[in-house]
Design a protein around this ligand. Structure first.
Ligand SMILES: Nc1ncnc2c1ncn2[C@@H]1O[C@H](COP(=O)(O)OP(=O)(O)OP(=O)(O)O)[C@@H](O)[C@H]1O
Ligand SMILES: [Mg+2]
Length: 325
């Protein structure tokens, strides 16, 4: 399968000021991530809070220029320049975030929100064609024409998230980055919005990066899983294999501690139950970054930082114990 997006050695360090003397330190939010998104797949991006998932998502969608590295959309660097070709390319990659309230302008009716997006894709459309397009978009996310002249505050959380999805679709993207799109919604509407997302994924032939904490959702919708810890990928592979036989101790920890994953995973080793908190991304430990929480760490793990290496076809892991280096 060919890839639609390639992230190559991405780094994003945020400079922060600490202490009264204002010493400068860096949060290593994304710390050398290389990742391909294959055509038509759902790639789940998982990891605890602060592991860098959203920062990586924002880089992939063109919202945050990396300090280092490249994002290639069909071989072309989306950050290469500010020219119009690059802008056009960026429309091919869209994002939907957790909180639709912060992404939908409260002073604009749904009509205007979607019109703006529809015209971005095709500025020469007549008013009538724009309306037709908007109605088509609303229907594809399970809404009706009645919503067209409403304001965001007149919609429920689930409806607002559907509008955010419709707006992303309006520019005919090929890639969708979905960052915790249902986590803020009432549990009763999560499944509906997920169904909408998976329907439009098929209909519009999208490739998707799905960022979530919900291992149950990962199991039910993703083709591959990428596991992130302190800004780095520690494991990558097909969902079924990752659940059946997780290799990295951190992946085991995520699966063992998730009730939602319990029925899907064969990983029940209680040594890997969640313990401790991730260390500060400002001052990560030497060697393997997971060493402070790893139940199987050896002395070599404090010296050498493992690289993400291919262990078998389609599977990558960064753990000295697994790689037996
Ligand atoms: N603009 C910023 N300035 C400084 N630090 C930042 C900034 N954005 C993110 N960070 C830091 O970068 C790290 C990664 O943050 P990020 O939001 O990418 O994590 P996440 O995996 O999405 O977490 P969550 O699951 O809670 O959404 C965190 O330590 C965060 O505090
Ligand atoms: Mg996040």
């Amino acid at each position: 399968m060919s890839s639609v997006l390639n992230a190559i050695n991405l780094r994003k360090y945020f400079r922060i000021t600490t202490g009264l003397l204002g010493g400068r330190k860096y949060v290593r939010a994304v710390d050398g991530v290389t990742l391909d998104l294959l055509e038509g797949e759902v790639l789940a991006l998982v990891g605890e809070s602060g592991s860098g998932k959203s920062t990586l998502g924002r880089i992939l969608v063109g919202l945050q220029r990396p300090d280092e590295g490249e994002v290639l959309y069909r071989g072309i660097n989306i950050y290469s320049s500010g020219n119009s070709v690059s802008k056009k390319l960026r429309h091919r990659i869209q994002a939907v975030f957790q909180n639709p309230d912060s992404s939908l302008n409260p002073r604009m009716q749904i009509y205007d929100i979607l019109k703006e997006a529809v015209l971005t894709r095709n500025p020469s459309l007549s008013d009538r064609e724009v309306i037709e397009e908007i109605i088509k978009l609303l229907r594809s996310v399970g809404l009706v024409e009645d919503h067209i002249f409403k304001y965001p505050h007149e919609l429920s959380g689930g409806e607002k998230q559907r509008i955010a999805i419709a707006r992303a679709l309006a520019v005919a993207p090929e890639v969708l980055i979905a960052d915790e799109v249902v986590s803020a919604l009432d549990i009763s509407v999560r499944a509906q919005v997920m169904n909408v997302l998976m329907d439009v994924k098929e209909k519009y032939k999208l490739s998707m990066v799905f960022i979530t904490h919900d291992m149950g959702l990962v199991w039910s919708i993703s083709d591959r899983v990428a596991v992130m810890y302190l800004g780095k990928l520690v494991e990558l592979g097909p969902t079924e294999e990752i659940f059946k036989e997780p290799l990295h101790p951190y992946t085991k920890m995520l699966l063992v501690s998730s009730p939602a994953a319990a029925s899907a995973t064969a990983s029940k080793d209680l040594r890997f139950r969640a313990r401790g908190e991730p260390p500060s991304p400002i001052n990560p430990p030497k060697g393997c970054k997971f060493i402070t929480r790893c139940p199987i760490a050896g002395s070599e793990c404090s010296i050498t930082e493992p690289e993400l290496m291919e262990i078998s076809r389609d599977r990558m892991v960064s753990c000295l114990k697994v790689l037996k280096i």
